[in-house]
Design a protein around this ligand. Structure first.
Ligand code: F6P
Length: 486
């Protein structure tokens, strides 16, 4: 019998899923709360009948710590993790041009339909190529037959074809966590960049997107930039076929739903409620990002206070903003605008006993976050553009009884959460009407909608997403093999 080749899953992402935290005289690992981490854990720990079995997982990503800190660190700590890791140490200046430059001042604004924010700089593109090249070299040093390579997100779009060139038979999946824009937007990139980015992705065997629309945009781009046709989402390259498919990212439903029932969360909820007795609570939480539509949301809330004065002193908006990408200038400008806007609204409407907006610029612990979701009568999630938006899904999962989700129709999640009140995030009067509809919605209607939404989230969790992607990657590979033997 031929010897069985061990199957290894290699996850590649810009960030590693943990940080090194210095505690007095020792350094510890702190894992991030990210969905991918919990999906991998539940995939490995849960019932894997009928799913692809892996012998091990390796995670490759850029290091947020120095090479020295890594060398000095007690590697026994790594035993805690269900995967092995390979950090890549990138020169600080190169990383700055890559991450703050091409990734977050060019690709991010363009893919989120902010073309006027896009910076065009050949130096940052060169850094982007260099970092992708470093990832490629590291992968090529470790990749063995039987490995499945799964590359994540817009920071690494050149990587699939860099690896493919050296290893034509490799199994390579790619998932884009942000929107893929329409060709009219994508075409605004400098010509060599758009060609290289498209070619880069075509090195994969399966390319996943959150929505059907993003898949269609990508197929159109491939046709326009490279001239390759497609049939039923299968792209026909001269030497092989590959697939572009929709995989709407889910959440770890039970993690949020069960946490909402915990005693400590219940207690915190009672505490928050008593601070705002007899008031409706609106809640939102976002990374500080211009794509999240925070200033537009504030304008919508102000419209509500203006159009419905009877609700003044009876409603409060708790707005949590989490620091992010502070070096990129557009992010800092946004912080100032948000804070000015909040000051203005509070100044105009507050009374001695009431402040309309409670603002926090900070990180929330997981339990604090679930308490906030659970206590909120309304989750107001109104990005101007968002690949998916998991906050909307977390808000729904954290409800024990009722709650109303108001969601931007420009978030990928709107495709799945049709029972929410969907709004145009740019239209403040529509947002004001939606808030009124939410505060007046009968408890029974809320309960029914939440039940339907929760069932949908249970039916396709992040673990289903992961298993679905890996299964289709394997099928695409099989399909290629049968095509080759014909
Ligand atoms: O939504 C895309 C994404 O890259 C997520 O994967 C990530 O959580 C978020 O944006 C923040 O990204 P960054 O790594 O730049 O902080």
């Amino acid at each position: 019998m031929p010897e069985r080749i061990p199957k290894r899953l290699i996850i590649v992402s810009n960030r590693l899923p943990f940080q090194l935290i210095k505690q007095a005289n020792r350094t510890e690992i702190k894992e991030s709360d990210g969905g991918l981490v919990s999906a991998l854990k539940s995939y490995f720990e849960g019932d894997r009948d009928g799913q692809i079995q892996f012998d091990s997982i390796l995670w490759i990503g850029s290091a947020e710590f120095s090479e020295k800190a890594w060398m000095d660190f007690d590697k026994d700590e790594l035993e805690k993790l269900p995967y092995t890791v390979e950090p890549i140490f990138i020169d600080k200046k190169v990383y700055h041009k890559y991450y703050n430059g091409f990734c977050n001042a060019t690709l991010w604004p363009l893919f989120h339909y902010f073309p006027s924010f896009v910076e065009f700089d050949n130096k940052t593109f060169a850094a982007y190529e260099e970092v992708n090249q470093q990832f490629s070299e590291r992968i090529l040093m470790t990749l063995t037959p039987g490995d499945i390579l799964w590359i994540h997100d817009y920071q690494l779009m050149l990587l699939p074809s860099m690896v493919r060139k050296k290893l034509p038979d490799a199994t390579i999946g790619f998932f884009l966590h942000i929107p893929f824009p329409s060709f009219e937007i994508f075409r605004l990139l400098h010509r060599p960049w758009k060609e290289k980015l498209t070619e880069g992705l075509l090195g994969a065997d399966l390319i996943g997107f959150h929505t059907h629309e993003y898949v269609q945009h990508f197929l159109k781009t491939v046709q326009m930039v490279k001239g390759y046709d497609h049939q039923f989402r299968t792209i026909l390259l001269p030497d092989r076929v590959l697939k572009a498919e929709m995989f709407p990212l889910g959440i770890d439903f039970s993690k949020f739903h069960n946490a909402a029932l915990l005693h400590q969360v219940m207690e915190r909820k009672t505490e928050i409620k008593s601070n705002f007795a007899d008031k409706k609570i609106i809640f939102s939480v976002d990374r500080l990002d211009y794509t999240k539509g925070i200033t537009h949301r504030l304008a919508g809330f102000e419209s509500f206070l203006e159009n419905h004065p009877e609700w003044r002193e009876k409603i409060v908006f708790i707005l949590v903003v989490v620091p992010s990408r502070q070096i990129v200038s557009k992010y800092n400008e946004r912080k100032k605008l948000i804070e000015e806007e909040i000051g203005g609204i509070n100044g105009r409407y507050a009374t001695l006993g009431w402040q309309p907006i409670i603002y926090r610029y900070n990180y929330l612990s997981f339990h604090e976050l679930v308490s906030m979701y659970n206590v909120a009568d309304i989750g107001l999630i109104t990005p101007l553009r968002d690949g998916m938006n998991l906050v909307a899904k977390e808000y729904v999962a954290s409800q024990t009884d009722r709650g109303v989700l108001i969601l931007s129709e420009l978030a990928g999640a709107a495709n799945e959460l049709g029972e929410a009140i969907l709004v145009n995030p740019m239209d403040k009067d529509e947002m004001s009407d939606a808030i009124l509809q939410a505060v007046l919605m009968p408890a029974e209607t809320q309960r029914q909608k939440i039940q339907v939404l929760q069932q949908r989230l249970k039916d396709y969790t992040v673990t289903h997403w992961l298993a679905d992607f890996l299964r289709q990657l394997e099928e695409t590979k099989q399909h290629q093999r049968t095509q080759q033997t014909k």
